[in-house]
Ligand binder design. Structure first.
Ligand code: MTE
Ligand code: MO
Length: 266
């Protein structure tokens, strides 16, 4: 992540996990510098910068990001719990983009390249197979809670409506080149918005959720439909989805714009 993008962050504003990751990153550089012969060090320090980071190091960081992305493939599931373990009263946090009443004419708008956008009702979304998950929801501010959510898999949804691909075909794991790199989501009023890497969006535990504890989601939790993405911190779990779109450029992201890590994976 480019340091220059961060708006006047105080060190005390940086969440512990981010600070820790930064520390690990800088320690990694130190270890690297200690390990490489001087000639290599010279080459590294005299290369032109890329995003403020010297190029050979930038390559190493990109490789690390690649490893992180692969990590969130189907084979890595977050731990799940029994329904009884879920909190009876789920905590509420964050009202950006949901301060106004839910629009009466709410539909889920899906932008598709080279074809007209879709507008789906909640009943249409519910026609897909329902999945439930009980897992530990984690907020970057430092709290977590075991919660029980129900909805449809985002990957099933993308399959059914042939979304997320350049070709307009259903996503094919064997042809990842056809997939856009990111999914963008925003509230109907655009007051909150997130960008999600495609691997995490297609993860089998990622849901378009319409139920919490077996009941329709209430307004403060993101009715009528929200994102539940267990491989990410709470910030990415957008409440009250209004629009979904696909892009190769990172979609804008509310908390990344405010200095948090864009990826915020667990
Ligand atoms: N629309 C919207 N979605 C949002 C937020 C928000 O402010 N607005 N906050 C995020 C954060 S920081 C967290 S931790 C979770 C909290 O979800 P909850 O209120 O259902 O616990 O929602 C996320 N999604
Ligand atoms: Mo959060």
């Amino acid at each position: 992540m480019s340091q220059s993008k961060e708006p006047n962050l105080q060190e005390s504003d940086i969440p512990e996990s981010v600070a820790r990751r930064r520390m690990i990153k800088s320690f990694g550089w130190f270890a690297l510098a200690a390990a490489v012969p001087f000639g290599v060090y010279e080459w590294v320090t005299h290369s032109p910068g890329a995003q403020g980071i010297r190029r050979p190091l930038r390559k190493i960081l990109d490789a690390n990001e690649q490893v992180a992305r692969t990590y969130f493939s189907d084979t890595h599931l977050v731990p799940t719990f029994s329904v009884e373990a879920a909190a009876k009263q789920a905590r509420v946090n964050g009202y950006d983009g949901i301060k106004t009443p839910i629009p009466e004419d709410w539909t889920l708008q899906i932008d598709r390249p080279n074809t007209e956008s879709l507008a789906l009702t909640i009943d249409e979304v519910k026609t897909l197979p329902k999945h439930e998950i009980v897992y530990e929801f984690k907020c970057i501010e430092g709290w977590s809670q075991v919660q029980h959510w129900g909805g449809v898999r985002l990957s099933d949804f993308m399959e059914k409506y042939k979304l997320g691909t350049r070709s307009g075909n259903a996503p094919n794991p064997g042809n990842t080149d056809d997939l856009f790199k990111y999914v963008g989501m925003e509230t109907p009023d655009k007051g909150y918005y997130v960008g999600i890497d495609m691997e995490s969006a297609m993860h089998p535990q990622t849901l378009l959720a319409y139920e919490l504890n077996g009941q329709p989601i209430t307004a403060p939790h993101g009715a009528p439909l929200r994102l539940i993405i267990p491989v990410k911190y709470g910030v990415k779990n957008l409440k009250r989805i209004g629009r979904i779109f696909f892009a190769d450029e990172r979609p804008r992201d509310f908390w990344a714009e405010r200095g948090y890590d864009y990826y915020v994976g667990l």
